[in-house]
Design a protein around this ligand. Sequence first.
Ligand code: UT7
Length: 331
Amino acid sequence: MYAAFRSIGAYAPEKILSNDELTKMVDTTDEWITKRTGIKERRIAAENETTSDMAVKAAEKAIERSGLNKSDIDMIVVATISPDYFNMPSTATVVAHKMGLDKVTAFDISAACTGFIYVLSVAKAFIESGMKKNVLIVGAEKMSAITDYTDRGTCILFGDGAGAAVISATENKEEAIVDIHTAADGSLGDFLMTPDGGTGNPHKNELKAEASFIQMKGNETFKIAVRTLTNDVVDILKTNNITPNEVTHFVPHQANYRIIKAVGDALKFRDEQVVLTVAKYGNTSGASIPMAINEVYEQGKLKAGDLMLLDAFGGGLTWGSALVPFSPLTK
Ligand code: UT7
């Protein structure tokens, strides 16, 4: 049994936070943000809009486009670092309940910006082992809830949103996800972290919102991201005897245009191969790759049989890449 990437869906909240608006909040300029990151604006969820609310909207689209019924889904895995609840219930169980799917396996994965590659690998493994048939994977983040809007080094980067995909069992090897690499290096955990509130640094008294705000060593993370992603992408292509030219869509995690450009140039990808959403959504962490795939899909540029190369890097530190043909049921 193989795992096929059947469909994609995404959701972006309505509210736009522009670079100009950020200049009123911290000491920065539109020019600096544009030049150093490629970001022009990002979306911000409504105050009462949760990560699971966004996840459900993306998931419903993905299921509708898969040609399957909601009841065919037998597992939901959500990648998020901004869950509805700090410890439990998991966002995946909230999503399952909101969608009326009360008898599915449901759990979250915490791998920061690499989250979508990790949940994809989990779906592939469950399907190939014969344990599940139709897995809904989601990357959903309300990054605005864990961002410090007084820190110009991080608040200019992050945005909110969700993306989802349906991964299904197939006996047709041509439809199958080719390969997935996932990795981590915990020795660099302090490059990107929310330091307080867990058992590593427990609260002695009342819980404060600032406790879960992101702290990042931006420049150090940037350098490791470029090096690691380039090596990882070269490696997955080489292992599978695939040339960059055979990749239809290179879909990198949308952290910073300069990182994407450096990796893309190293692989000699043509501009039309590289998917870019960073200008309008910023960095939506685990949601960024499925939101980017959805963009290509909604532009009518994602066709059956197209080969996608996904790659991501984030907190943990974690990273990963995947070679994924788009294999819709209805061709
Ligand atoms: O998605 C998960 C993984 N995360 C990433 O991959 C993020 C990787 N990091 C980055 O994208 C970049 O490092 C940043 C965009 C965060 C920062 O860009 P940079 O080119 O690495 O700048 P830097 O941190 O080396 O800072 C250069 C200067 C500093 O000023 P001084 O010390 O040279 O006077 C910063 O204080 O830029 C200053 N700076 C800013 N200036 C205006 C930092 N943030 C800002 C800002 N506006 N928003």
